[in-house]
Design a protein around this ligand. Sequence first.
Ligand SMILES: Cc1ncc(COP(=O)(O)O)c(C=O)c1O
Length: 480
Amino acid sequence: MRPRRGLACAMADARYALEPDRKVLEKMTRAVGDFVVDQVATLGEQPSFDLDGADAVRASFREPVPEEATHLEAILERLRPAIAKSYNTAGPGYLAYIPGGGVYAAALAALVAAATNRYVGVTQAAPALAQIEETAGRWLCDLMGLPPAARGLLTSGGSLSNFSAIVTARHERLGEDLAGGTIYFSEETHHCIAKAARLAGFPRGALRPLPTDERFRLRTDILEEAVRADRADGLRPFLVVANVGTTNTGAIDPLPEVRRVADGYGLWAHADAAYGGFFRLAESGEALLRGVEGFDSITLDPHKGLFMPYGLGALLVRDGEALARAHRESAHYVQDLAGEGSLGVADLSPELSRDFRGLRLWLPLQLHGLAAFRAQLTEKLALARWAHEELRQDPHLEVLDAPQLSIVAFRLRAAENEAEHLSLELLRRVNERRRVFLSSTRLRGRYALRICVLSFRTHEEHVREAVGALREEARALLAG
Ligand SMILES: Cc1ncc(COP(=O)(O)O)c(C=O)c1O
């Protein structure tokens, strides 16, 4: 059979071969390298967000799958506007939600991992690479003060870490029978906990979002009462989730007291430290997060507090074997791989085949050393304290709490019936300058703005820019 014309042509031209020769490989890699360097080196000059015309760019990507090949350069050129028309989440002015940033070394690690494409799901298939992944997890356990029996699992993010934590707690405390199991957390807790609990088989009626104190921290007296009442009703309280930095305000629940209540009632104590956990590396960080080292499991997000690109979370479990008890399954077709060695990531998580994400953590830590991250995290805490002090002194703004970590929440000082729409307008005007990007939330039902300083690219000048813009626009709004 003669190949079709287009196919023959594609096969003859090395540029289009699925297996390019060395020269073409080099050329392709250079083209992509030039493209990303151009993107990353100009991050500081790019607007903090730009959605002008984004719909048209988006529409241009609704297309049928192409039968024929396209030049790499042409494809990269199409990506340029797609990247530009977005929130600049990697830029220094991004102070919304929970920023990350994206340390470049992790992108290089991702390229190495994907290009070499070794299998790290089972230890035997790539022992040393599996060890790199295990070592990266071990480092995280050490950083959080967990004992040698602890195990660190790298996930795709905090939501999946929390999911595996709940599945592990369920298995350890309830066994096969989930009936009557109840879960406790503050009403400031990230919504992924409720989502994970439901995915793990617990209906909404099994969830107990509890009120917080004046600093948005879980009230352990209320926690204890709730657990007691549920027990008296014949239910089976089995898990409490404490926040190590809430998304709204960065509040840290009283960790030692939560642990005490957990011990008193046989609950698994899980810490959602997705946002706040890595502040343990900052100066005085251990004191700030005192008690986290006593928890049964901890969620961390290297794609937040270690500034890695999205797609890198972690779950640390004090008794590492518990992860295996909750997740491990077997089958005949993997019998050649079962065996000796240590537990592979497939034994510890819902995943089997997956990327070698350990390299995305291990390589940047090798390259930069932990000290670089410590310095960054210390700086972020100081910048948030500075922003808080500046905003607190402004007569037009009401700051809601001193930052417990690197988030400052505030609102306009305006009559109650005007406060919300004026605050919305304040947010719009500040963001519209396109130098920084902030987001809003609700605290006890009332609209609030927030600044979250977390990117390694954010420094004093950027926080000054945000504070300056807020003060100017607040004054203009309240005067007008
Ligand atoms: C406290 C907290 N927990 C969990 C999550 C969910 O993490 P991810 O977005 O990595 O799934 C977030 C996300 O912002 C968070 O702030």
